[in-house]
Design a protein around this ligand. Sequence first.
Ligand code: ZN
Length: 164
Amino acid sequence: MNQQHDEYWMRHALGLARLAWEQGEVPVGAVLVQADRVIGEGWNRPIGQHDPTAHAEMMALRQGGKVLENYRLLNTTLYVTLEPCVMCAGAMVHSRITRLVYGAHDVKTGAAGSLLDVLGHPGMNHQVELHSGVLADECAAMLSDFFQMRREQKKALRQAQRQG
Ligand SMILES: [Zn+2]
C-alpha cells in the first residue's frame, strides 16, 4: 500500500468525521475498505444514538460484518482519523481486520500505542498491521477546531446569560 492510497482513504474518513461535527458530535470518522471497495462507514455519534459504543470504528466494523455476512472481517483495512480507544482496538482484534491506518494520535485515550498498546500487545492472538500519522495534521486540526468552536459557543452563551 502506498502513501497516496492511504491518504485517499483517510480523506474519505475525514469526510465522515465532518458528518459527526454537523451532528454536534466529536468529529471522528472511519471507513473500512476491502479490495478498494468501501464495506463500512462510520462517524462518531454516541450522543445522538444514546450509545456509549457508537464510535466511528464500531459503526464501520458493524456495517462491514453485515456487508460480508461474516463476523470475521478478513483482508480489510480500517482507516480512522483518530487513534482508537481501548474498546475499538479490542473490536479490531475480534474482527480480524488486516490493517489499521489512523491519522492523529490520541495521547489521552489512544490504545494503539499512546496510552496503551492493545494492538501491539505481544500476547494478542491476532496482530493488526499498523500505520499511523496519515494526514495527521488535518485529522488533529479537525478535532482542535471543533473543541475551540465549542469553547467559544459556551463563552458566548455565558455572556448572553450575564446580559440577560
Ligand atoms: Zn473507540
